[in-house]
Write a protein that binds this ligand. Structure first.
Ligand code: THU
Length: 137
């Protein structure tokens, strides 16, 4: 992926981060998901007084894309803290694996980031092929 496209995706993550509803952790996160057709879907974390009901930025972005009928993706960019690279949690990695998001970009800012492949962040994942009812996929 070109550096300018990564920068553009991180800028979108930074913009949606400002919409985060995170009064409990005070840790706003934004994510921008690039679909294969070039459309970008964004999401921010959304917390709840009943903590387990909270949702991460990445899964909100992926959910939005799915609701728009998209199933194929090129990359996801994430910005949480500006002091450190925010790495996706285990549940988000599992969801990224479901939709084969191949590239994960973790940014401190649109200019300062690290990239990882899905295989690097989530190796040896449980595969849909192992299920009996795979014809439903
Ligand atoms: N969070 C995300 O939205 N994405 C991540 O990659 C890491 C964590 C959220 C969950 C919670 O609202 C807050 O950050 C602190 O854990």
């Amino acid at each position: 992926m070109k550096a300018e496209d990564i920068h553009c995706l991180l800028e979108k993550a930074e913009a949606v981060r400002k919409k985060s509803y995170s009064p409990y952790s005070c840790y706003p996160v934004g994510a921008a998901l690039l679909a294969e057709d070039g459309t970008v879907y964004t999401g921010c974390n959304m917390e709840n007084v009943s903590y387990p009901a909270s949702l991460c930025a990445e899964r909100n972005a992926i959910g939005s894309a799915i609701a728009h009928g998209k199933r194929k993706f090129s990359a996801i960019a994430i910005i949480g803290s500006h002091e450190d690279y925010t790495m996706p949690c285990g549940i988000c990695r599992q969801v990224m694996a479901e939709f084969h998001v191949p590239l994960i970009i973790c940014g401190k800012s649109p200019e300062d980031y690290r990239t990882y492949t899905l295989e690097e962040l989530f190796p040896s994942s449980f595969k849909a092929e192992e299920l009996i009812h795979k014809e439903n996929l």
